[in-house]
Design a protein around this ligand. Structure first.
Ligand code: ATP
Ligand code: MG
Length: 332
């Protein structure tokens, strides 16, 4: 197939034993070549944990309890990221999958010029490159993200937030990764700047052919820029569909609630209702479907049975985990 990353039955905990917080539960997700996949869900639903888990960058006490993350190299057999050697992992992390962390625009080193920070990334992976060639490449990367090369000598504080964010994206692209993961890349920036940066990233994706996993709280940006969206609740994926299908016809009552809690981009104005109640406590999850205490359509069965993610009824290319939508196949 044309998958680049396949997450299979991934379970991630924070901590060990009975006190562990089960942050990801049986997550299954495929990222295809060249697509932008959006991850949505309320705070604490596990979006960042998924992003870091699949690159093995979980902060302690995060541990992968079980599962696989298959990375498909061109022409090679898929390799399980969770079983890579340290040497393989090093290459995987910058050269194959690059991640722009939550709040990353503030993670540039304040005492180094932009040029140093860009060339250091290149040097770390290509120690035999010349200084001149690294500087050329740094200039090229700045151009790629719409910053003029004379900014190379600037320090981070001399750049606007939007420019710092662009530098981080340029850095992520330095080694031409196949996958770029952006966790809340632009939330500190105003909406116009956010949109510009995302537009540029999506254009670059078309030119350079990488895939993007994109996490944001802003559902209007997510719908606008993602090809496909996966919705998370309580550490599980509850629905996944093409962005347009999800927007037009969300199947899971949680997705429906989320989409009703943000203003429509275009088309008829929707009434904003939001979702009553609060996200589940991962240490004391409700029985059955974790969403059932907040669900306007819950039945008695929902408090007993955990719905499995699968392909519903007459659909082919979307999945949902909800007892309202009988599924016939898990699609994997
Ligand atoms: P946000 O939208 O706020 O960024 P998120 O969807 O990215 O939220 P995660 O950060 O992945 O959520 O957190 C998932 C769950 O794991 C949360 O309930 C959180 O409290 C818990 N968690 C995250 N980091 C730790 C940690 N270091 N120790 C214990 N629990 C943690
Ligand atoms: Mg997060």
């Amino acid at each position: 197939s044309d998958a680049v990353l396949e997450v299979r039955d991934l379970n991630v905990d924070y901590g060990l034993g009975d006190d562990a917080v089960r942050a990801l539960r049986d997550v299954n997700l495929t990222l295809y070549k060249g697509e932008v996949l959006g991850l949505a869900g309320e705070s604490g639903s596990g979006k960042s944990t998924l992003a870091y888990g699949l690159t093995r960058l979980l902060p302690p006490p995060g541990v992968v309890r079980s599962g696989e993350v298959f990375y498909h190299r061109d022409g090679g057999d898929p390799v399980d990221v969770l079983r890579m050697s340290h040497a393989e992992l090093r290459r995987f992390r910058w050269a194959e999958t690059a991640i722009v962390f939550q709040g990353a625009m503030n993670s540039l080193n304040p005492v180094h010029r932009i040029s140093t920070q860009l060339t250091d990334v290149i040097k770390a992976h290509d120690p035999r490159s010349t200084r001149a060639s690294r500087l050329d490449r740094a200039r090229e990367l700045l151009n790629l993200v719409g910053i003029s090369a004379d900014r190379l000598d600037s320090y981070p504080h001399q750049l606007s937030g939007g420019m710092r964010q662009r530098v981080m994206i340029g850095m992520a692209l330095a080694l031409e990764p196949k996958v770029v993961i952006m966790d809340e890349p632009t939330t500190a920036l105003d909406v116009v700047v956010q949109r510009q940066i995302l537009r540029q990233l999506v254009d670059l994706r078309e030119r350079l052919g990488f895939s993007v996993v994109f996490i944001t709280h802003d559902l209007s940006l997510l719908v606008e820029f993602s090809d496909r969206i996966a919705i998370m609740y309580g550490g599980r994926i509850v629905e996944e569909a093409a962005s347009a299908d999800l927007y037009r016809d969300p199947l899971h009552p949680y997705s429906h609630g989320l989409l009703n809690s943000f203003p429509a981009l275009r088309g008829p104005k929707r009434e904003l209702t939001g979702i009553p109640g609060s996200p589940p406590d991962l240490r004391a999850m409700p029985s059955g479907c974790a969403f059932h205490p907040r669900c306007p359509r819950a039945t008695e069965r929902c408090g007993v049975e955990v719905p499995v993610l699968g392909i519903p009824g007459s659909h082919r290319d979307r999945t949902v985990a909800c007892l309202l939508h009988p599924v016939h196949d898990n699609g994997f």
